[in-house]
Write a protein that binds this ligand. Structure first.
Ligand code: 2AM
Length: 175
């Protein structure tokens, strides 16, 4: 129905092998601290859309259809902690220019869909764990190299057992 909504976001979705490598690092650095993200849920958000109607989703997909992006390599080597949201994340020391450009293109296009663009600066990260309190110094790990050649529209579904993410569509980064 037109009033039904879905909770959506654009993301980079790693292959299972990379998700497992990230999960292993998370186990090593976190031990028993916090609530680790399940390996199959590990991802990097580009734009969080939130609750979208079918019409808004169609608009967002049409925007994604217009994106002209380049593939890039993400070198994940930094583990850090944001004390206020209490998340531990993994990130690249250098955010590749094509990633910044992709997020910018999405944000610009999505304003036509009634999307309120994020006012905070974009910080590419993969949340590894939530509810991590206390001190957690930034550490460097052996880089995980991620060749990114597509991006995805993802639905977030909340179950009693936890959140489940479903990749709805993917778009290639080709130029
Ligand atoms: P996070 O990992 O830093 O929490 C699905 O919820 C994804 O969208 C997560 O990667 C989450 O980032 C991101 N996200 C960004 N803004 C959000 C918001 N306002 N509410 C929920 N998730 C958000």
């Amino acid at each position: 129905s037109p009033t039904e909504t879905q909770r959506l976001f654009f993301a980079l979705w790693p292959e299972q092998a990379l998700q497992e490598s990230l999960a292993r690092i998370a186990r090593q650095v976190l031990g028993k601290q916090g609530k680790r993200v399940r390996p199959e849920n590990l991802h990097l958000t580009l734009v969080f859309l939130g609750s979208m109607t079918a019409q808004q989703r169609a608009c967002a997909e049409a925007v994604a259809d217009t994106i002209v992006g380049s593939p890039f390599t993400l070198q994940l080597e930094q583990i850090g902690h944001w004390p206020r949201p209490r998340v531990v994340w993994c990130a690249a020391e250098e955010t590749p220019e094509p990633l910044i450009e992709l997020v910018k293109q999405l944000n610009q296009g999505l304003t036509a869909c009634g999307y309120q663009p994020e006012t905070r600066p974009y910080r590419a990260h993969m949340t590894l764990a939530r509810k991590v309190a206390g001190r957690f110094p930034t550490t460097r790990v052996a880089p995980l190299v991620w060749q990114v050649d597509h991006f995805c529209l993802v639905q977030s579904v909340t179950h009693p057992s936890g959140v489940q993410y479903q990749v709805l569509r993917t778009w290639p980064l080709v130029i």
